[in-house]
Design a protein around this ligand. Structure first.
Ligand code: IMP
Length: 415
């Protein structure tokens, strides 16, 4: 019996898509449990590069089920684009299942994302995919769930419209009319119908029947609504606890939590980042790492590896193992710095503070390397890996040293 939750340890973009794809062979089901089309997963499969925002990375493995759990917010328009794209490449998405309890991102959520962000003095730098406003509707209990599309009598349309129009009015936006709302729901229903089911039941039955389930996180620990760098976070819980809630399984059904971390640090959007560097090394990481957002195309902010963050990710998620990605991007640096603590006003701390502003990194210098992989991971690369293991007290089970699936070294068995 193996259910694994795969969690981003940093600010997202850690390479979870590649790790999911690499591990997919060992699983029967790959399920997403939070976030929406704000995610960006790049998967290289069958010699082709796929970029997904909404579909689980496992979708290209047609013999596995790809599940969108109840904790995800579903944008049928983007989902349809991705499905249509895949169909053109010969994948028919018959393996897709969407939770009947998942909330829908409506056009007015995307409008509100724009308006809210524009009105903020201190920007969050959202992806403008309507994620925050959709989760707001969910929490406010005026959201639309997939199952609601099939039972309009149970839906309080007037209540939903009153609530959303109050929010839109505060920005002087145009009122949403009942007719346009119902028409949108009608189209969404037609598109989503083949895929919607009770995915909690599906996943629980599968686990009870000894099927293997991979729970694929989106974004990362520091974008978590409770544990991240609030308010510069996304609007869902990205951490391991929510893998159970967002998939509709008991926490005791998760056997292992695997954290994915880049060998350095990146961040998109606003907010503090202690190890951010803007010098030649920063440029090296940006260019060699091709650090441009999959969803927005924005260049990512780059910096050295931050072990204060990784230790925090270990604590919040209860990591059993780490998959370290993009180690090859560090090739060619004479020295590689690693942040082991933060410093402010002469005081050093090793735990992540609730506000990162004003802290400076305390670095240790490690020797750099020219080639990450030559008949294995040896020399300075291995010293780097050992250093991270020692500091985080978490075994590094996988190391990825290039974009393609083959460029992955399994150091310890996961499944
Ligand atoms: P939202 O999720 O669109 O509301 O954006 C909130 C914050 O999370 C912004 O700083 C985004 O850049 C960031 N964010 C959202 N999704 C991702 C992702 O998949 N990778 C990296 N950052 C993300």
């Amino acid at each position: 019996m193996t259910t694994i939750a795969l969690i981003g340890c940093q600010w997202g973009d850690e390479g979870k898509g590649k790790i999911t794809d690499y591990l997919a062979d060992k699983f029967d089901i790959i399920a997403r449990y939070q976030g929406g089309s704000n995610a960006g997963h790049t998967v290289i499969f069958g010699g082709k590069k796929f970029k997904f925002h909404h579909l689980p990375s496992g979708i290209v493995h047609e013999d596995k089920l790809a599940v969108i759990g109840n904790g995800v917010v579903v944008d049928y328009e983007i989902l349809k684009e991705e499905i249509d794209d895949l169909k053109r490449s010969g994948y028919f998405c018959n393996n897709l299942r969407i939770s009947d309890r998942a909330h829908l991102v409506m056009p007015y959520h995307k409008l509100l994302d724009e308006l809210e962000e524009k009105s903020r003095k201190r920007k969050i730098g959202t992806t403008k995919r309507g994620i925050g406003p959709c989760y707001t509707s969910k929490v406010e209990r005026s959201g639309v769930r997939a199952c609601d599309l099939f039972n309009c009598f149970a839906v309080n349309v007037d209540g939903i419209l009153a609530s959303i129009n109050r929010r839109i009015k505060s920005f002087d936006g145009t009122k949403i009319e009942r007719k346009e709302f119902l028409e949108y729901c009608d189209t969404a229903r037609k598109i989503l119908e083949p895929y919607v089911c009770d995915t909690s039941r599906l996943l629980n039955d599968a686990i009870d029947n000894e099927k293997k389930v991979l729970l694929e996180g989106a974004q990362g620990t520091l974008l978590d609504l409770d544990h991240g760098t609030y308010p510069f976070v996304t609007s869902s819980n990205t951490t391991a606890g929510n893998a159970a809630t967002g998939a509709g399984i008991g926490p005791n059904k998760i056997d292992k939590v695997v954290g994915v971390s880049k060998a350095y640090t990146t961040r998109v959007g606003e907010g503090p980042m202690v190890t951010e560097i803007k010098d030649e090394v920063g440029k090296h990481l940006l260019e060699k790492g091709m650090e441009y957002g999959t969803t927005t195309g924005r260049p990512r902010r780059c910096g050295y590896l931050d072990l204060v963050i990784l230790r925090y990710a270990q604590r919040i998620n209860g990591l059993n193992a780490i998959a370290l990605t993009k180690i090859d991007v560090l090739e060619g640096l004479r020295k590689v710095k690693v942040c082991v603590a933060y410093e402010k006003d002469g005081k050093e701390i090793r735990e992540l503070p609730p506000h990162m502003e004003g802290y400076k990194p305390v670095y240790e210098d490690l020797e750099g390397w020219e080639r990450s992989y030559e008949d294995g991971l040896t020399g300075e690369v291995m010293e780097y890996i050992d250093f991270i293991e020692k500091e985080t007290k978490v075994p590094i089970s996988m190391v990825s040293y290039g974009g393609s699936r083959e460029k992955t070294e399994m150091l310890k068995e996961l499944v």
